[in-house]
Design a binder for this molecule. Structure first.
Ligand code: ATP
Ligand code: MG
Length: 440
């Protein structure tokens, strides 16, 4: 194993305690239930990579396998854990909170678990939010509800103040459930903790409804999002077909990456156009979106358009860059804009069209997790707990190549995952919708 592997996870120190988990320690016959600290999984599974390593005698790039360790860093019954949820809502946050609490309490016997209210604000005493004591009884039923039981927030807090709060409250491990901003935030806490030579593990559980976290297979809640969006598309199609030249426009979430819009359209193949942030499309001209829409209406007398919130931002002429509390650029409303442009175009031609604009964004993101996401959330939570108890820090628990692994936060936050417009996934969207390769 190469020492320079970029995916190696930092550790607070040597694991000196025996895990309280009653798992088999017999090697051989596959009875060894603990994951060894040296267990690695190859990241790039291609034959090309395999041949390259064979020819050059190099070790492939690997990731640490997630799971319970036989020896752990923290003494379970003296450990204090804290959980914080930040950024936008996403299905499954409560399942993750519940999973972390249950695993800490029942697997490891951790007695003190603190819920940090309203995101990183809760780590700033000046905000006066206090803490919530988390017990199995408290979190027993929360998986049935969408949203976050702890509350969330955006906006920067002072890293030093937050680490002071963790130290003053003798927190040994912090689980941060959130998107790229939250993960960068918790990594910054980890850096400050290292600078102070403190022994606090910081763990990220990637939450982004947009599925735009790099390297990982999928983020939790994403599947529920397009699951919830599918029947909305079905009904929007009914609306469109119910009128002569009926047009339904449905805006879905997707600030920089259009995975929800694309996946929902594949799941409910009644959609004729999917517009995503990754595309640079135009409205005017012979190959422009409006002309292609007109041709579609001539043939079929209805059209269903799914647009991701971050799509078509280049179409706004006098765009002002407005940011939210966390510095994320607030997008112009592409849904309303498209509705107006389509209406104006057909008015000019005196073609009667009926346009329905539907924006279910907040309904989608507040839904409780579906069964598949619920399974995923629990397993992510358990793996996060195993990693933290082993003294790992500045890592996310996630799934890569369909296996649970630990990845350094710094690696998953380097860039956003986006739809590859040359790839098989987007090609399947084009096949499903019948829209041309390029619009305008
Ligand atoms: P979403 O997917 O909903 O955008 P997010 O986690 O990216 O989730 P943000 O609002 O961008 O949501 O960030 C959450 C929190 O992380 C905010 O309190 C923000 O100030 C903090 N944060 C973001 N980036 C950093 C950073 N580089 N260092 C420290 N804190 C950060
Ligand atoms: Mg974000």
């Amino acid at each position: 194993m190469s020492d320079t592997n970029q995916f190696e996870i930092e550790r607070l120190g040597a694991s000196q305690y025996e895990s309280p988990l009653k798992l088999s320690t017999t090697k051989g016959d596959h009875l060894f239930n603990f994951v060894s600290e040296t267990d690695r999984l190859v990241f790039d599974l291609s034959l090309e990579q395999y041949n390259h390593c064979l020819n050059t005698g190099t070790t492939p790039i690997c990731m640490e396998q997630a799971g319970p360790r036989q020896h752990i860093f923290f003494e379970s019954n003296k450990t204090t854990a804290a959980i914080v949820t930040c950024g936008g809502l996403c299905p499954g946050i409560n399942n993750v909170i519940r999973g972390v609490v249950m695993a800490l309490h029942y697997f490891y016997g951790v007695k003190r678990i603190i819920g940090i209210p309203y995101g990183y604000e809760g780590l700033n005493p000046a905000k006066g939010h206090g803490f919530v004591e988390l017990t199995p009884e408290k979190v027993r039923d929360i998986h049935q509800f969408g949203g976050t039981f702890l509350g969330s927030s955006r906006g920067a807090q002072d890293v030093g103040v937050m680490v002071d709060t963790l130290q003053e409250n003798h927190v040994d491990m912090l689980f941060a459930i959130g998107g790229d901003g939250t993960l960068k935030g918790v990594n910054a806490l980890g850096e400050e903790i290292s600078r102070r030579n403190a022994e606090i593990s910081v763990v990220g559980i990637p939450k982004t409804i947009d599925n735009d976290i790099d390297l990982i297979d999928e983020s939790f809640g994403f599947e529920t999002a397009f699951d919830v969006a599918s029947p909305i598309l079905r009904d929007a199609h009914n609306e469109a077909t119910g009128a002569y030249n009926g047009i339904s426009i449905i805006k879905l979430m997707g600030r920089d990456s259009g995975f929800i819009a694309a996946s929902a359209a594949l799941a409910m193949p009644v959609v004729n156009f999917v517009l995503v942030p990754e595309m640079n499309f135009g409205l005017e001209g012979e190959n422009g979106f409006l002309k292609i829409l007109e041709q579609r209406l001539l043939q079929k007398k209805h059209a269903v358009i799914v647009v991701a919130e971050g799509a078509g931002q280049q179409l706004f002429e006098h765009r002002q860059e407005i940011k939210d509390a966390s510095g994320n650029i607030k997008h112009e409303d592409i849904g309303v804009f498209l509705k107006e442009k389509i209406a104006a175009y057909f008015k000019g031609k005196e073609t009667p069209v009926t346009i329905k604009y539907i924006d279910p964004s907040y309904i989608v993101r507040c839904a409780p997790a579906n069964s598949s996401d619920s399974v995923y959330c629990s397993r992510l939570a358990y793996h996060a707990v195993h990693g933290a108890m082993a003294g790992k820090t500045k890592f996310v628990a996630s799934k890569v190549n369909n296996k649970y692994v630990y990845v350094p936060i710094s690696e998953v936050t380097k860039k956003r995952k986006k739809i590859n417009l040359e790839g098989e996934f987007w090609f399947s969207v084009l096949q499903s919708t019948g829209q041309p390769f390029s619009l305008g």
